[in-house]
Design a binder for this molecule. Structure first.
Ligand SMILES: Cc1cc2nc3c(=O)[nH]c(=O)nc-3n(C[C@H](O)[C@H](O)[C@H](O)COP(=O)(O)OP(=O)(O)OC[C@H]3O[C@@H](n4cnc5c(N)ncnc54)[C@H](O)[C@@H]3O)c2cc1C
Length: 384
C-alpha cells in the first residue's frame, strides 16, 4: 500500500508531488498524458504573486523564468466598465511588489514541473488514467486504465485530475452562467507595457492579459454570439473587440486562435471523502474573470502538502488529518468562490441601478486606498 496516490500530474497535482518529494513518504502519481505534454493544448494562466512564492520554494520558478517568453509580469491592471463612470488602476509600485501577477504559458509551466519531478526522482506513471476512486476505512482504491490495468491502494488519495468526476461518494454542484468564454491571442499596434485590462460589459467581463508580444484575450459572451464571433473575418472581429473596449484600449491589429467554451461554477460539495482529498480544478472550477481558479488550486496543493507533512504515517488519510486539510482551506476557498461569483453577479447584471452602484464601487476603489489595497491583496495573495 502506498502512503499517498496523486491522481493527475497537471499543474496542481505536480505541485503537491513536488512539495512531498524527499519527505520520506511513498508517493505515486498517475496521469494519462505523456511526460512534457498536455492533453488540452496551451492556455494563458494568470499567476498571483503568492503563487510565484510557492513555485519559488519548489525551485520551479527559476527554471520557468529561464524559458524565453514563458513568464510575463503584470505591472498594472486597468479595471473599467462599459457605459459607466468608474475606472481604477492597480499598480505594482503602489502595492510595493515587483509585479501584481504574471501570465504563464500552461505548456511551459507543465514542462518545468515535469522536469522538476524528474530531477526530484518522483515516480510518475504517465499513460495511466484513474477510472474510479473508492474510499474505505483503511485505504482508498484507485482502478487504473493503463497498458497493464490494475488497481492501486493508498492511505490517502489526492484527486487532482481537473474534474473530480470519478470520485465515489463526493457530490458536485454545477451552476451554469449561461455564458461562454471566447479566448484568443490578440496583437495591438503598441507594446503592452505589462498592463492588463479588465472591462465589465453588459454580457460579462473581458480581460486582456499581457503575454510575450501580445495579449491573451478572455471575453465573456452570450453563447449565441460565440460562434459568429469565431466565424467572422479578422477585421470584423477586431472591430467588435474595439467596440467592446470603447476608449480604454484601441489599435488592435491581429487575432489568432479563437475558440470558446461554456462557463460554469462547479465545485465539490466537500473537499474530502473517506481517505480522499480533492485539490485544484477537481475541487472547484471558477469563472476566469478574476484569474483566481489556478491560484486557489495551487494553495489547495500547498495546504494538503502541509497537512501530510504534519501527520505521522499512520494518520495519513485519517478523518483527523483530512479535517485539518479541509479547515485550512475553508476560508480561502469560500472567499475565492464568493469573490469571483460576486464579480460576475455584480458586473453581469444589466440594471440601471446596478450599473450606477458598480460604477461608484470602482470610482471609490480608486480614491479610497484601503478598499483598493484590499482588492489588490485579494488579487495578489487570495483571501484569507
Ligand atoms: C478551457 C479553459 C481555459 C482556462 N483559462 C484559464 C485562464 O485563462 N487563466 C487561468 O488562470 N486559468 C484558466 N483556466 C483554469 C486553469 O486551467 C485551471 O485552474 C488549472 O489548469 C487547474 O490545474 P489542475 O492541475 O487542477 O487541473 P488540469 O490543468 O486540468 O490538470 C489535470 C491533470 O490531470 C490529468 N488527468 C485527467 N484525467 C485523469 C485521470 N482520469 N486519471 C489521472 N489523471 C488524469 C490530466 O492529464 C492533467 O494533466 C482555464 C480552464 C479551462 C478548462
Amino acid at each position: 500500500m502506498h502512503d499517498v496516490a496523486i491522481i493527475g500530474a497537471g499543474p496542481v497535482g505536480a505541485t503537491l508531488a513536488l512539495a512531498l518529494a524527499g519527505c520520506g513518504r511513498d508517493v505515486v502519481v498517475l496521469d494519462p498524458r505523456a511526460r512534457g505534454a498536455t492533453l488540452r493544448g496551451d492556455r494563458t494562466l494568470a499567476l498571483s504573486h503568492g503563487s510565484r512564492l510557492i513555485l519559488e520554494r519548489l525551485e520551479v520558478w527559476r527554471e520557468l523564468a529561464k524559458v524565453e517568453g514563458a513568464v510575463t509580469p503584470i505591472l498594472e491592471i486597468d479595471v473599467s466598465q462599459a457605459r459607466g463612470f468608474g475606472v481604477t488602476r492597480l499598480t505594482a509600485a503602489e502595492q510595493d511588489v515587483p509585479a501584481l501577477g504574471y501570465t504563464v504559458s500552461y505548456v511551459a509551466l507543465q514542462r518545468a514541473l515535469d522536469e522538476a519531478l524528474d530531477a526530484a526522482g518522483v515516480a510518475v506513471r504517465f499513460g495511466s488514467a484513474a477510472r474510479a476512486v473508492r474510499g474505505g476505512p483503511v485505504a482508498a482504491r484507485v482502478e487504473v486504465d493503463a497498458d497493464t490495468p490494475g488497481a492501486i491502494e493508498a492511505r490517502l488519495v489526492a484527486v487532482a485530475d481537473g474534474a473530480g468526476a470519478q470520485v465515489d461518494g463526493v457530490g458536485r454542484d454545477r451552476q451554469e452562467y449561461g455564458q461562454c468564454a471566447l479566448v484568443a491571442s490578440v496583437w495591438r499596434d503598441a507594446p503592452h507595457g505589462g498592463i492588463a485590462f479588465e472591462r465589465f460589459t453588459p454580457t460579462g467581463p473581458i480581460a486582456l492579459l499581457p503575454e510575450r508580444d501580445h495579449y491573451g484575450l478572455v471575453w465573456t459572451v452570450d453563447p449565441a454570439r460565440a460562434a459568429p464571433l469565431i466565424a467572422i473575418d479578422e477585421r470584423a472581429f477586431l472591430a467588435e473587440l474595439a467596440r467592446a473596449f470603447g476608449a480604454r484600449v484601441a489599435g488592435f491589429t491581429r487575432v489568432a486562435g479563437r475558440k470558446s467554451f461554456p462557463l460554469a461554477l462547479e465545485r465539490a460539495r466537500s473537499l474530502v471523502g473517506p481517505r480522499i482529498a480533492l485539490i485544484g480544478n477537481a475541487a472547484q472550477q471558477l469563472h476566469p474573470v478574476a484569474g483566481q481558479g489556478f491560484n486557489l488550486g495551487l494553495r489547495d496543493a500547498w495546504a494538503l502538502a502541509q497537512s501530510v507533512l504534519d501527520a505521522p504515517r499512520e494518520e495519513l488519510g485519517s478523518p483527523r488529518m483530512l479535517s485539518r486539510y479541509a479547515a485550512r482551506r475553508r476560508v480561502d476557498r469560500s472567499a475565492g468562490i464568493a469573490f469571483t461569483h460576486g464579480l460576475v453577479g455584480v458586473f453581469g447584471a444589466e440594471l440601471p441601478l446596478v450599473g450606477l452602484a458598480r460604477g461608484a464601487g470602482l470610482a471609490l476603489l480608486d480614491i479610497v486606498p484601503p478598499a483598493k489595497r484590499a482588492f489588490a491583496r485579494a488579487m495578489l495573495h487570495g483571501l484569507r
